[in-house]
Design a protein around this ligand. Structure first.
Ligand code: ADP
Ligand code: MG
Length: 246
């Protein structure tokens, strides 16, 4: 059996005044589609930043692909779309193609150099998120959900093994959320991309995910999605921080 792609071992993290995470352990295996749930302020974004190596835990260790993350220098394993990425002001001039190509640009000294076949690579990434007919459009003309897909394409174009998304449906119209998750599920199923996402869309993701992790001040839980279905209403309320109908 391969080592987990991400193995978080008993980590804690404190900002100057705030304990954000306490004694969290979590494994992400190849092919997983993991949803991280929890009320606002429960440390979900902090946990993602720790997985990404953007911040170091105050306690505990992280292994990536079986190696201590301290020794793991490869940054290409992961694509990340942060919370509220889709907030271009109107008038932002970049086209969809330019934004997605940015995910391929390698910094070489002062220059960003694109590979020769970048148009083809950008096209494949846009097809994967269902946005290939928008190539020449300005991103600021697109809806929140369309912009979110463009950011995912920008991450995908670098061919990551794992895609990490922080509340990706926040700017998406309610009626488009289902098709957004269908797109993510096909990345997971058809392209074999391991997905980790923070979300509040408990009811919509349940059919798509393979695993769930819940964070709140008192309960930490990581298990299979089936366990979501067997929770009592009181447990669901405790885990999500608000009541959620099945
Ligand atoms: P979530 O994503 O679940 O809403 P966060 O990981 O953003 O939670 O935050 C966890 C806790 O850490 C919260 O209490 C939040 O106020 C605090 N926090 C988050 N970012 C910072 C920061 N940069 N400086 C200080 N405290 C922070
Ligand atoms: Mg957050």
């Amino acid at each position: 059996m391969d080592a987990p792609l991400i193995n978080i071992k008993d980590i804690s993290f404190e900002y100057e005044q705030t304990k954000a995470l306490e004694n969290i352990s979590l494994k992400v295996e190849k092919g997983d589609f993991l949803a991280i749930l929890g009320p606002n302020g429960s440390g979900k974004s902090t946990l993602l930043k720790i997985m990404l190596g953007l911040i170091k835990p105050t306690k505990g260790t992280i292994e990536l692909f079986g190696e201590d993350s301290k020794n793991f220098k490869n940054r290409e394993w992961v694509g990340y779309v942060s919370q509220k990425s889709n907030s271009f002001n109107s008038g932002f001039p970049a086209t969809v193609e330019e934004i997605v190509a940015g995910g391929l640009a390698k910094k070489t000294g002062l220059f960003h150099r694109l590979p020769k076949n970048y148009k083809e690579e950008v096209h494949h990434a846009l097809v994967a998120v269902g946005m290939e007919s928008f190539t020449g459009r300005s991103v600021s003309e697109l809806s929140g959900g369309q912009q979110q897909r463009i950011f995912i394409a920008r991450a995908l174009v670098a061919k990551p093994k794992v895609l990490i998304l922080d509340e990706p449906t926040v700017g998406i119209d309610h009626q488009n959320v289902q098709s957004f998750y269908n797109m993510l599920a096909s990345l997971n199923r058809d392209k074999g991309i391991t997905l980790v996402l923070v979300t509040h869309d408990v009811d919509t993701v349940t059919d798509k995910i393979t695993h769930v992790a819940c964070l709140n001040q008192t309960i930490h839980f990581h298990g299979f999605k089936d366990q979501l279905h067997t929770m009592s209403d009181a447990q669901r309320e405790a885990w999500y921080g608000h009541s959620v109908r099945k």
